[in-house]
Design a protein around this ligand. Structure first.
Ligand code: ZN
Length: 138
């Protein structure tokens, strides 16, 4: 069995953003040389997510509105998380949007369902953060 590991780094200039990282994961898959197996992609921070959905700007806008409804950033004083920190909402948004995805690799390709793409969800940006890509297979 072959194994491949890479960390992707992101520094989002805003507090929140959704970034399509499918091209980066495809590049990892190409580098790995693995044709049949599994790829795991996970955020290495507890205020960021990796998830799969549609690359459609209206949907990303809707996510932003929905996440602000269930875990609003303001008022920061409404949260108890490490009094003085301002990112309690980011931890909750991460919890809802998830930590990782696993995608099958078939014939050297990401074996997606219709319209599936991989996204990095940033909820407390403006600093360097990492995503792990681990690929195993043959
Ligand atoms: Zn925190």
């Amino acid at each position: 069995m072959k194994s491949y590991r890479k960390e992707l780094w992101f520094e989002v200039p805003t507090r929140r953003a959704f970034i399509n990282i499918t091209p980066e994961v495809n590049e990892c898959l190409r580098e790995s040389g693995i044709k049949e197996g599994l790829v795991l992609v996970n955020a290495m921070h507890i205020t960021a997510s990796v998830f799969i959905n549609d690359d459609e700007s209206g949907l990303h806008h809707d996510y932003e509105i929905w996440l602000e409804k269930i875990a609003p950033h303001e008022p920061v004083s409404g949260y108890r998380h490490n009094v003085g920190e301002d990112n309690a909402d980011a931890h909750m948004k991460r919890q809802v949007m998830g930590r990782e995805v696993v995608v099958a690799i078939t014939d050297g390709m990401l074996d997606f369902g219709t319209w599936e793409r991989i996204f990095y969800g940033e909820f407390d940006g403006r600093r360097r953060k990492r995503v792990l890509v681990k690929i195993i297979g043959e």
